[in-house]
Design a protein around this ligand. Structure first.
Ligand code: PMP
Ligand code: GLN
Length: 388
């Protein structure tokens, strides 16, 4: 392994899902639902396989999907800025948001550039910044609210800062950035002439507040790469269809790296995701309402089990502090948890920098996923309640 990848051995998701598989514990670790997305969308893949969508699709994605992505964006956010994205030049289909993140960072970061990211950060950000030869600079979000500290963000920006890496709704904290916070981010980006990559894969999972795409704010359209994915919104995490929306120049840059990473993305899934994006508003509302109910079940269960629970405003994750249970290190806790009570969760300290200040925040934090059937969530909470 080259030195750029020091410390990036195995993702915590793989470690924890493997632990769930070997112990048979309830897996509230890696974020994937335990029920699949809509039947009619699954059928659309079957039809695509039968109808011969089995060879390389076009590199930027099939036109129907690019159109559906642009339409979806207009339907949900057009009222915020009244500006459409051109499906031919401003939309790119990727192999999940994961590839979009990698391709965007590899396209836009020069070796030695600083990339400012919210901490805790989704683990692929750190890996891809490192692969691009960039230097990650974290801005911590702190419990209980995980609000963005604008002064800390301002202080993190130096003459070497090239871009900001944003994520809202935020994994793992469940924080949804407010219009005020986003406005402050936008002002700093414009003032320092920074590019921004914003990961909005949980755009349809907001329970309190509103999802505002950063690109809709003044001055941001021309400097923002917006990333999303079908995995979370339609409960098909295994399909790996994501996308990028940005200006033609930025999309061209990301397309350049994408074409040498994967060349193209999942042929038969693309027509099906196009269809999914065109589902009526009732689908999106129902999906968020179901997930909100699951959040409430798990939050109550974890509170009853004695953990400190930071109620998430969005995503399908809840952050807790395990200190009241008599533990102080989330990684140790998560490695023992299957044996102690048959549950798997994810320690958040691995999403924080390896500095004393960052580790102090991250050490006792543990994330639980609630994209599971309610019976499963209740059973997990009962098992956790045996710990105290
Ligand atoms: N970004 C965030 C914040 C995530 O939680 C995830 C996990 N779905 C991804 C990106 C990766 O998305 P995908 O599965 O579409 O590659
Ligand atoms: N995004 C999901 C999570 O945060 C899955 C991550 C993964 O498997 N890489 O749990």
């Amino acid at each position: 392994l080259n030195r750029r990848l020091d410390g990036l051995g195995t993702t915590i998701f793989a470690e924890m899902s493997a632990l769930a598989a070997t112990t048979g514990a309830i897996n509230l670790g890696q974020g994937f639902p335990d029920t699949d997305g809509p039947e009619e969308i699954r059928e659309a893949v079957v039809a695509a396989l039968r109808d011969g969508h089995n060879q390389y699709p076009p590199g930027p994605g099939i036109p129907d999907l690019r159109h559906a992505i642009a339409e979806h964006r207009q339907r949900f956010y057009g009222h915020l800025d009244g500006r459409a994205y051109d499906p031919d030049t401003e939309v790119l289909v990727t192999t999940g948001a994961t590839e979009a993140i990698a391709a965007a960072l590899l396209a836009l970061v020069e070796p030695g550039d600083e990339v400012v990211a919210l901490e805790p950060y989704y683990d692929s950000y750190a890996a891809c910044i490192a692969m691009a030869g960039g230097v990650r600079v974290g801005v911590p979000l702190r419990p209980p609210t995980f609000d963005l500290d604008i002064d800390a963000l301002r202080a993190a920006i130096t003459p070497r800062t090239r871009l900001l890496m944003l994520n809202t709704p935020h994994n793992p904290t469940g924080k949804v950035l407010t219009r005020e916070e986003l406005t402050a981010v936008a002002q700093l980006a414009v003032e320092h002439d920074l590019l921004v990559i914003t990961d909005e894969v949980y755009e349809h999972l907001v329970f309190d507040g509103e999802h505002i795409p950063l690109a809709t704010l003044p001055g941001m359209r021309e400097r923002t790469v917006t990333i999303s994915s079908a995995g979370k919104t339609f409960s098909f995490t295994g399909w790996k269809i994501g996308w990028v929306c940005a200006t033609p120049e930025l999309v061209a840059a990301v397309r350049t790296t994408k074409q040498f990473l994967t060349y193209v993305s999942g042929g038969p899934f693309q027509p099906a995701v196009a269809r999914a994006l065109r589902l009526p508003d009732s689908y999106y509302e129902g999906f968020a309402a179901d997930m909100r109910a699951k959040r409430d079940v798990l939050v109550s269960g974890l509170e009853a089990a004695g953990l400190t629970v930071y109620r998430p405003q969005g995503t399908y994750f809840v952050t807790t502090d395990i200190t009241p249970l008599g533990f102080d290190d989330g990684l140790d806790f998560c490695r023992k948890l299957p044996e102690l009570c048959g549950v798997v969760a994810v320690p958040e300290k691995v999403f924080f920098d390896d500095t004393p200040e960052s580790q102090k925040i991250g050490r006792p934090l543990v994330r639980f996923a609630f994209c599971k059937r309610e019976v499963v969530l209740r059973e997990a909470a009962e098992r956790l309640a045996t710990l105290h």
